[in-house]
Design a protein around this ligand. Structure first.
Ligand code: OAD
Length: 252
């Protein structure tokens, strides 16, 4: 396993190549104190995703599903962006063509200042009327009695992607196009187990990108990655951002 120090080749690519594509998963928010999904303290540990993250679960018991999402909203609201989110936003400031594609719904990339963000799995901070299909931002700390309702009287649901549902069409289109054209891709804090999100790193590899995995644990993608940085996002990303910024400062 490679040490968390980036290779000279990666350092050169960070200085020279763009656009940069950064794919993130729950691990990028772990150091903000938010639980990932898999692993010993994961959200799916001892809980079947089918009970809280499927359209069927919502149809059968919307209150139980909303309890799960209300607790996640509360945890996310209490959390702050960590060094990894901030480093990613700094890379975008230095290289405005950078795109971040996240599976996360917690809003921490936005709060860190990332602008070019594609959310593959929706947002904890948006709701959708199940009848009208309208969707909007909802940052209420207290949702009142669960389940929350639309002014038309119908149920509201969290505007997140559940198992068995398609990804938002536009988001997927943008992400796949970015994966096909980015020469350098960072895959940060994802187990690479959930598709189609995990297809993006493979699309990028097939298109000839140099794809770097940042994760303290090995994943099914580790063997395919061009380079693996075994470390925590909060330590590795600031180092990578300083290499990107080095180039930006040199050309300023
Ligand atoms: P997972 O919980 O599957 O994986 C989190 C990954 O983050 C693991 O590979 C960890 O090793 C890694 N990790 C933990 N701490 C880290 C740190 N400090 N720095 C870097 N990496 C760290 O989360 P995702 O891959 O995001 O979908 O899960 C994908 C999807 O599965 C989620 O979007 C969600 C879930 O079911 C839906 O709800 C539709």
């Amino acid at each position: 396993m490679r040490d968390a120090e980036p290779s000279p080749r990666l350092a050169a690519l960070l200085r020279e190549r763009e656009p940069l594509l950064i794919l993130t998963g729950a691990g990028v928010s772990a150091e903000s104190g938010l639980r990932t999904f898999r692993g010993p303290d994961g959200l799916w540990e001892g809980k079947d995703p089918a009970e809280v993250a499927t359209p069927e679960a919502f149809r059968d018991d919307p209150v139980e599903v909303w309890r799960f999402y209300a607790a996640r909203r509360k945890a996310a609201a209490a959390a702050a962006p960590n060094a990894a989110h901030l480093a990613i936003a700094a890379m975008e400031s230095a290289r405005p063509a950078t795109m971040v594609v996240t599976q996360n719904v917690d809003g921490l990339h936005e709060r860190a200042g990332t602008k070019q963000l594609v959310r593959l799995h929706g947002s904890l901070w948006r709701v959708r009327c199940v009848v009208e299909g309208r969707e909007w931002e909802d940052h209420r700390e207290d949702l009142g009695s669960l389940p929350p309702r639309c002014e038309c009287g119908s149920l509201l649901r969290p505007a997140v992607v559940w198992f068995g549902e398609a990804l938002p069409h536009e988001a997927w289109g943008k992400a796949a196009a970015a994966a096909r054209r980015a020469p350098l891709v960072l895959v940060v804090g994802t187990s690479s187990l959930v598709r189609p999100a995990a297809d993006l790193q493979e699309i990028a590899l097939r298109a000839g990108a140099y794809v770097v995995e940042v994760n303290p644990e090995a994943t099914p993608f580790s063997g395919l990655a061009s380079e693996r940085l075994a470390g925590r996002a909060g330590s590795v990303l600031p180092r990578l951002a300083s290499l990107v910024r080095g180039r930006a400062e040199a050309t300023a």
